[in-house]
Design a protein around this ligand. Structure first.
Ligand SMILES: NC(=O)c1ccc[n+]([C@@H]2O[C@H](COP(=O)([O-])OP(=O)(O)OC[C@H]3O[C@@H](n4cnc5c(N)ncnc54)[C@H](O)[C@@H]3O)[C@@H](O)[C@H]2O)c1
Length: 366
């Protein structure tokens, strides 16, 4: 049992871990602008935005990878090398990691509750991605490896009330993660912890809480609540039928992190020596119910919708929020874009996408 019950605890608690998984942290050489950065899942929402973020920071060698055909990628940043490869296959991971100085693994088969409750096997099979990517990064001699975990890794028994206590990092253990998707995240976190403990590769693990914003999935079944509610509102206005169907009774609560905060947080967590192999929340602590989220979107759109509730639809845990005590302590920062601000930008982007598609043009939807 030595070691595991305390894995995921803040650093202070980890001082009790056995000797063999304590390591001296050697200082990295300064990351050069032409060092190779590899980002997987880059045809998707967060990783696509991350590639653009590093490009804007002046990095000139970014390799973006996704299994989706290029025309389905949300964002393609000029100057970024784009590879269309499946990274659940080991040989592809080796090819992808060749020459990498830093690797950001964000590829996963995932979606909102509608997807992760129905396709647990698909979610579990993402274990192949991280298993091969972390090994390939290690063999390639990468200096640092980032893994995108999720709040779904937390013990679901702590999330049965909409008025939840926010989740802190130690709440992942004793483990009772979300079936399928959550367990895959938890096991992949362990891989990252052991690649540091046993092999000395610096790994970073962020537990994202719902991320939203422009350039993400907004239709097709994998979209999450903010995007789905924006799309349904836009559709209702377009069809002049001002009704909306809400999944569940609308009392469930969540927090939502704006994409700009997410990419900034990834950068900070990845480059913090104090956070090596230490899972940390990356999420907003602004808790809101789904009913109130609909009200915010109504306000942005300038309409009032007649609501109905589908009580048989997937809805996930009753409540989930991010306890940001640890991130504030470690990084003197937390995701702080107000939901009103981020939601307005997201609504505008989805509206553009919706009408572009209506004109018969191709848009990425997931
Ligand atoms: N969006 C959120 O709210 C959220 C919350 C918690 C965790 N996460 C995690 O963050 C990461 C990115 O999420 P996202 O919202 O950008 O999702 P996304 O679905 O928009 O992007 C994931 C991308 O990974 C790609 N992919 C899947 N399997 C692949 C494979 N075998 N080879 C290559 N590419 C593959 C998909 O094609 C997709 O483009 C994921 O690991 C996800 O689990 C996201």
């Amino acid at each position: 049992m030595a070691g595991w019950p305390t894995a995921g605890l803040p650093l202070l608690a980890q001082t009790t871990l056995p000797m063999e998984i304590k390591r001296l942290v050697e200082k990295d050489p300064k990351l050069r602008k032409d060092d190779l950065i590899v980002i997987t899942g880059a045809g998707g929402f967060i990783a696509g935005n991350l590639a653009r973020y590093f490009s804007r920071k002046g990095f000139t060698r970014i390799r973006a990878v996704d299994k989706k055909p290029l025309y389905e990628w949300y964002l393609r940043t000029p100057g970024v090398e784009c590879l269309c490869l499946d990274v659940s296959i080991e040989a592809n991971c080796r090819r992808v990691c060749e020459g990498a100085v830093e690797v950001y693994n964000l590829a996963a088969d995932m979606g909102g509750m509608g997807f992760i409750e129905r396709f647990r096997v698909e979610c579990l099979r993402s274990i192949l991605i991280n298993t091969h990517m972390v090994e390939a990064a290690y063999r390639a001699g990468a200096r640092r490896y980032f893994y995108s975990s999720s709040a779904c890794a937390y013990n679901t028994l702590l999330q049965q009330d909409p008025h939840v206590r926010a989740l802190k990092e130690s709440d992942a253990y004793p483990a009772m993660s979300e079936r399928g998707y959550g367990w895959e995240k938890l096991i992949s976190e362990m891989f990252c912890q052991e690649y540091w403990a046993e092999r000395g590769m610096k790994t970073a693990i962020a537990r994202f809480h719902n991320v939203y914003g422009p350039n993400g999935t907004w239709d097709g079944g994998r979209e999450k609540a903010p995007a789905a509610i924006c799309r349904k509102t836009i559709e209702a206005i377009d069809k002049n039928d001002l009704r909306i169907e809400i999944w569940g009774d609308g009392t469930a609560t969540r927090s939502f992190m704006y994409i700009d905060d997410c990419v900034k947080g990834i950068d900070m967590i990845m480059h913090s020596d104090a956070l090596i192999a230490t899972p940390i929340n990356l999420g907003s602590s602004e808790l809101i119910s789904i009913n109130d989220l609909v009200s915010k979107v109504e306000q942005i759109a300038g309409v009032k919708l007649k609501r109905s509730h589908d009580l048989n639809a997937p809805r996930g845990v009753a409540g989930r929020n991010s306890d940001n005590t640890f991130i504030k302590k470690m990084l003197k920062w937390e995701p702080d874009t107000k939901l009103d601000v981020g939601l307005a930008a997201t609504y505008k982007w989805i509206e553009q996408q919706y009408y572009t598609r209506k004109k018969g043009k191709r848009v990425g939807i997931g």
